[in-house]
Design a protein around this ligand. Structure first.
Ligand code: C2E
Ligand code: MG
Ligand code: MG
Ligand code: MG
Length: 292
């Protein structure tokens, strides 16, 4: 494998790759611009308590309303933001906005909800993360119990000793911590036990075919049992049907998130949704919300 063949290889791929590379470069510079021009929005998806059917929290999900490309999925631009390091300022913006949004909802009389914010691995490794979280909370005059941070298995298992320290600091502040997309990465069970976690979120890929795939049933049962034996709550992602929800209820799953309740919606639509649900379900007090 010589330099020449590498160069030849490069030439060979150049044509078909260039549109992809150009696109990626364009995406990067456009993303930098989007952060300043207000093209980025945060939508909120409810997380529902299965036993009570009440919305206790929501997840902040970033959206990019691009002037010519239309809605760009975070699956497209989050990886680019991660590669370029843009994810750090971007993630901080999401965290601050989400805190201010919860403050605004409280001030306008909505029943209180906790907000979950996704943290990328790079953000999680920033030494000043706890200070940024602290400052986002202070800026919005929120108690730490209003915030939940979602981390993937790879983010926390990359350097478990360092993660343990960061998680201990965040958890001591009173911030909740979830492992996102659980089951798709590699977790060391001994670290799972040692980390101060609150929740495991079962990845959507195990929920999708739950009603027809016995292997998925086994995996979901195993995750629920593992979570409960470690005194963690368990959340199912991507619940789309009444059957899936009923089945998860029977398995003892604590919460769910998914289109069956609602996709992620704008802040105003989220407030309207909560208002509508409140009419049907007992109201949640702030103390209730902070308890679990
Ligand atoms: P995630 O954190 O696992 O978020 C859940 C994803 O599943 C969201 O996709 C949500 O819209 C989608 N979803 C929820 N319920 C259903 C359902 O019933 N059916 C289906 N088919 N999908 C459902 P979304 O918003 O496209 O986000 C994709 C990923 O992008 C997120 O996965 C997360 O990893 C990342 N992401 C989004 N916002 C942020 C952010 O602010 N910061 C970081 N670091 N990552 C983010
Ligand atoms: Mg998430
Ligand atoms: Mg997830
Ligand atoms: Mg996921």
């Amino acid at each position: 494998y010589t330099k020449d063949s590498a160069r030849g290889g490069y030439r060979f791929y150049a044509a078909e790759m260039s549109s992809f590379i150009d696109d990626r470069l364009a995406l990067e510079s456009e993303l930098r611009r989007a952060i300043e021009t207000g093209e980025l929005e945060i939508h909120y998806q409810p997380k529902v308590d299965i036993p009570t059917n009440r919305v206790r929290s929501c997840e902040a999900l970033i959206r990019w309303r691009h002037p010519t490309r239309g809605m760009v999925s975070p699956m497209t631009f989050i990886p680019v933001a991660e590669e370029t390091g843009l994810i750090v300022p971007l993630g901080e913006w999401v965290l601050r906005q989400a805190c201010l949004q919860v403050r605004h909802w409280i001030d306008t009389g909505m029943s209180p909800v906790r907000v979950a914010v996704n943290l990328s691995a790079k953000q999680f490794r920033q030494a000043n993360l706890p200070a940024i979280v602290q400052s986002a909370l202070a800026e919005a005059h929120l108690e730490p119990g209003f915030i939940e941070l979602e981390l993937t298995e790879s983010a926390v298992m990359h350097d478990p000793e360092a993660s343990a320290q960061t998680l201990a600091t965040l958890s001591a502040m009173g911030v909740h911590i979830s492992i996102d997309d659980f089951g798709t990465g590699y977790s060391s069970l001994s670290y799972l036990r040692r980390f101060p976690l609150d929740k495991l979120k079962i990845d959507r890929s195990f929920i999708r075919d739950l009603m027809k795939n016995p292997d998925d049933v086994s995996i979901v049962k195993a995750i629920i049992s593992l979570a409960h034996s470690l005194r963690l709550r368990v959340v199912a992602e991507g619940v789309e049907t009444a059957d899936q929800l009923e089945f998860l209820r029977q398995l003892g799953c604590d919460q769910y998130q998914g289109y069956y309740c609602s996709p992620a919606v704008t802040p105003d639509d989220f407030a309207a949704l909560i208002q509508r649900l409140r009419a049907e379900r007992p109201e949640l007090t702030e103390a209730d919300m902070l308890r679990t």
